[in-house]
Design a protein around this ligand. Sequence first.
Ligand SMILES: [Zn+2]
Length: 432
Amino acid sequence: MTDAAKCTKVPFRERGQAPPIASGGFLLEEFSWERGPFTRCAKCGHEAMGILSAGGQLLTKRCTNCRRMVQIPLPELDKKAIYLDQFMFSMIYNVKNGGNLPKGHEAFAKEVYALLRRCVLLQQVFLPHSDIHHDETTVFHSPIDLRGLYEFFGGDVSVMDSRDVKLLQDIQFAKAYFDGNEPEVSLDIDEIADSRRNEWLPDMHVGVRADYSQFADHIRTVRSDVHDALKQLADTWVKNKASFGGVLESEFAAIGPTKGQAFANWLEEVSNPDPSDPLALFESSGRPIYREYRELCHLLEDRGVDEDNQAIEIMRFWHWERQREIPHQKISSYLFAAVAKRVVMGEKKIVDRGLINDVRTISTYAPYVDALFIDKRCAALLKEEPLRAELDYKARVFSMRDPDEFLEYLREIEGQTPDEVREYAAMIYGID
Ligand SMILES: [Zn+2]
């Protein structure tokens, strides 16, 4: 990533410039690191106390005249996590770059752009980015710029990769199973968001421009394989006139066998490596199923289970009937059952290339984030019974079905910004 990674500095505001001074008949613009607004310096009395830097928990001010420096602790924050899907990020990208906006939603696009930016700069909101975005961004026409956009525009807080979130929940259930306790999963955003969530954004943003386009072909292939598999599944649903309850039950029943099979496949791969593909072995060491297996072995080791008995215990855990209560398993199974119902009713178009990622996004992140802006079709499924009554997650769900509802939500957050935070944000980021 050496050649592809370039550092760019994007100033939130222009650095300050002291007033021009006359020098031998020429006007020189004298550069200063401090920038406005300038206030009176307690030491020298000049109106020269400007902002030197801001970010984290501190605002640093310095006098351009006598160099006196003060550090001011910034108010504590509690930012809300608003997860936007790739469609929204692409739209924001197009507003920013004058691209095509979705027909009939031009006004919404511009307004949501302005409101989101404002909420982010008021330090009330961050727009987390995840591996699901990164995969989709890689196949976008301007991947580098789009990635830069959600790192810059969204307040640059990433959340754990979806597979790590799943693993986290699986491990919490495994502990309960091995110890004979009631499963407990903490769904606090801080479990999955990086620790800088509640820091003030730096007044200068430094982003690494990394080019991931070399992975685009691989991602396209994987996605079309998954899509083909799902289309086949949809045909089976139609042929068997599958019901919601039937598909839900078979999704749940498949958890243990699917994990067992995935593990057997992995074992097969590493036992008979393809000599023409040395990378394959390396790749298989990162497989989610292997990672889960290894973590579970550690748990069992800690509990004094010897190596010979670990595999059998893990198989038992994978077949535990309460696997279906693990949040990501439960939500994705309900969504697939709801999709199956629609497909059987003749709505085959619901199974498209984006569906898997939508299901992944919702089942992974809905329990943790404050709001999700997702595809219309999945938002509609979540509002149907029994999903509405039986699924339990924190996020408020928004979609293009009711764009005004989302704008209203953002205006509410905007309006609830504490005065002190608003004043500092105005000073640091230049918003009014
Ligand atoms: Zn001074």
